[in-house]
Design a protein around this ligand. Sequence first.
Ligand SMILES: Cc1cc2nc3c(=O)[nH]c(=O)nc-3n(C[C@H](O)[C@H](O)[C@H](O)COP(=O)(O)OP(=O)(O)OC[C@H]3O[C@@H](n4cnc5c(N)ncnc54)[C@H](O)[C@@H]3O)c2cc1C
Length: 318
Amino acid sequence: MKVTEHIQNANGKTLFSFEILPPLKGQNIQSIFDSIDPLIEFNPPFIDVTYHREEYEYKERENGLLQKKIVKKRPGTVGICAGIQNRYNVDAIPHILCGGFTKEDTENLLIDLDFLGIDNVVALRGDAVKSETYFKPEKEGHTYASELVTQISNLNKGIYLDEDLQNSTKTDFCIGVAGYPEKHMEAPSLDSDIHFVKQKIKNGADYIITQMFFDNQKFFDFVAKCRTEGITVPIIPGLKPLATVKQLNLIPHRFKVDLPDELVKEVVRAKNNEAVSQIGVEWCVGQSKQLIEAGIPFLHYYSMGKANNISAIAKQVF
Ligand SMILES: Cc1cc2nc3c(=O)[nH]c(=O)nc-3n(C[C@H](O)[C@H](O)[C@H](O)COP(=O)(O)OP(=O)(O)OC[C@H]3O[C@@H](n4cnc5c(N)ncnc54)[C@H](O)[C@@H]3O)c2cc1C
């Protein structure tokens, strides 16, 4: 079932969903099931699975020259989605990227997803590869997520890349896209970023799912601005409980989001990571309850492969 249908069927009740990432290459799918099992009792209508593109590594050869090696550390997004749908009968939503994909690769991926009975995707640009400062599209690929949305919408209308195809099947994907309450790190301003979010909706996206935030006011302001700009689709908030002291610096650095002073002070005073995790859970429970009171249709949690704190939050909230 589509995310938008889940929202309609909920009749105003706030639903629980979460995101997982594929395990590092070499581990098996059981590690994924182990992280999902404790969360199934909270009836997630869908589970997101992130996509991780290849990275470049440079290894020094015996002659002193550097050799470029392409590695994909977390493969398996599509297989995991199929595994989730098969085992739990819950909708699994693969994230799909512009980065590393030609339009032809994207079309073939979408055909695989359609054949697997997966009818939701989240369409993203992806970040620059670690060794580069700016995002570089593939030669025959997309530069922005809005273009990827257009390709998926076209396939939903039966428009494939090969214009000579006759009687081609229409797919029926529900398309999610990213939104950033504190603006995307490359955007010159929040207004400019929202302008391009609107483009993604115009091109066919059905809902927005946000980057994590720790201050609900940022989310409420973002939603208000989107509505003023004429964006009417559901906006699903993304929430992440802080779990370690290290994340105080890591999260602002990696995701360009602010942490509220009150939260920072509490974490700095904590004796160990167990205490930090407790603080993170309590903070996230507070955020969740306020969002539910505001009538938000879905709360979406970034589990990062760890079920304990998400389960502790869900027990208090759902
Ligand atoms: C909910 C969520 C899930 C994510 N999942 C993954 C994942 O699974 N794998 C992964 O690798 N990454 C993931 N990301 C990270 C994401 O790929 C990065 O944040 C990426 O840098 C931007 O992706 P986007 O889809 O928002 O890009 P876009 O919407 O294309 O925007 C990228 C930037 O370009 C600007 N822009 C857009 N269109 C134009 C235009 N026409 N002209 C000029 N500027 C423009 C925007 O303002 C923004 O600054 C996720 C992010 C979120 C919020």
